[in-house]
Write a protein that binds this ligand. Structure first.
Ligand SMILES: *Cc1c(COP(=O)(O)O)cnc(C)c1O
Length: 401
């Protein structure tokens, strides 16, 4: 198996893959089949926040695999209970439902919102969702997603979603006044796939207020922003709010698939036996690993480190790119960073790959960085220098795609 192993015709064509196959990782580095080293600034798309082949995680997987991988949710699961306690302590939420992915966590949130509506006697409950949002690829979550490319060809969509511009409080107040069927709002604290879009200060506080005034559930999709990515455990913790519902996945398992839907107060009492479930959800292996992820973040002070590294990257990129025409903005929070260009820049992904750097481009013209929380200062400076050079050359060259 070399870098040509992708020649098989037996995989459904769901991804435009880069022409590289990785065989090994360590921290922020990956190595391909030819032994070439890459600095990973994507980390499996915000998944491996603690780095590749992290020793504590490897140890937790091995020990638990030798002890017990899976039973069933029809029995007690000690690691699931321990993880729920830990998640509740760091989030302020009351209860947790475990599943296997971000889309599934959002499905659970959507089901909670509908139950909440039916309890209020509404047979056609609506959920407010945002333009340019991303919530997953299942039928309900792609219907909630604010991107036609994700939906096209899969109609009829799941009904009951009302779309408003992200960060726009006035429009939100208008729909609140006109649509009496709304029961909840689903929002990303920072839009990830949508292009690292931060709403203006005070937005989530306003959302909380509108939810309280109207009896809506405030539901935050923290699948990408959660688990330390933004320099706090959760993105909403940069604001003075507590949501009713929160979805998690990506960084929670450092690569072991796990999702979670958390709820507070009355929203945490909506589900009963037989309402919802998952065969794999919350099994001993995934829960022990996620528990270890939270322990390592705390032990190694990685929330503060994510904040520090994020500032170093943003400042470094700004100082190198401030007079480069075509660069509109460097923005983000913690280790969720976007560089907005004035043109499509998908070609940069391949150019970076050749230079041994893994980046991502989203929303056509935004370079997205989701680096590891464990990067050294030297690795961080390597990332800044390599990326700034690439962007400068790309724009000087006319930005050919
Ligand atoms: C990645 C992502 C999802 C979907 O997660 P999957 O695990 O791929 O189902 C949902 N919401 C947000 C904000 C995401 O970034």
């Amino acid at each position: 198996m070399g870098n040509t192993s992708m020649a098989t015709h037996h995989l459904m064509n769901t991804y435009n893959r880069q022409p590289v196959t990785f065989v090994r990782g360590e921290g922020a580095f990956l190595w391909d089949t030819e032994g070439k080293r890459y600095l990973d600034a994507i980390m499996g798309v915000a998944v491996c926040g603690l780095g590749h082949a992290q020793p504590d995680i490897a140890e937790a997987i091995c020990e638990q695999a030798r002890t017990l991988i899976h039973t069933s949710n029809i029995y007690g699961i000690a690691w699931q209970e321990a993880l729920a306690d830990r998640l509740s302590a760091i989030s302020g939420m009351d209860k947790v439902f475990f599943c296997n992915s971000g889309a599934e966590a959002n499905e659970a949130a959507i089901k909670l919102a509908r139950l909440h509506g039916h309890r209020k006697g509404l047979s056609d409950p609506h959920i407010v969702v945002m333009e340019s949002s991303f919530h997953g690829r299942t039928m309900a979550t792609l219907s909630a997603t604010g991107n036609r490319k994700v939906q096209a060809g899969f109609e009829p969509l799941v009904s009951g979603f009302v779309r408003v511009p992200h960060g726009d409080v006035d429009t939100l107040r208008q729909v609140a006044a006109t649509d009496r069927n709304i029961v909840a709002i689903l929002v990303e604290p920072i839009q990830g796939e949508g292009g690292i879009r931060l709403p203006k200060m005070g937005y989530l506080e306003d959302v909380r207020k509108i939810c309280d005034e109207n009896g809506w559930l405030m539901m935050v999709d923290e699948v990408q922003t959660g688990i330390g990515r933004t320099g706090k455990w959760f993105g909403f913790q940069h604001c003075d709010v507590l949501p009713d519902v929160m979805s998690l996945a990506k960084g929670l398992g450092n690569g072991v698939p796990i999702g979670a839907c958390l709820a507070a107060g009355a929203a945490s009492e909506l589900l009963g036996p037989g309402n919802h479930g998952s065969t794999f959800g919350g099994n001993p292996l995934m829960c022990r690993v996620a528990h270890t992820v939270l322990e390592v973040i705390e032990r190694d002070g990685l929330l503060a480190r994510a904040d520090e590294l994020g500032q170093r990257i943003q400042n470094g990129l700004r100082s190198r790119l401030h007079d480069v025409s075509g660069v509109i903005e460097v923005r983000g929070r913690g280790l969720m960073i976007g560089v907005q260009l004035d043109r499509a820049c998908g070609a940069l992904v391949g150019q970076a790959l050749q230079k041994g750097l893994l980046i991502n481009v989203t929303a056509d013209s935004v370079i997205r960085l989701l680096p590891a929380l464990v990067m050294s200062d030297e690795q961080t400076d390597m990332l800044i220098a390599t990326l700034a050079e690439l962007i400068t050359a790309f724009l000087a060259d006319g930005g050919h795609v």
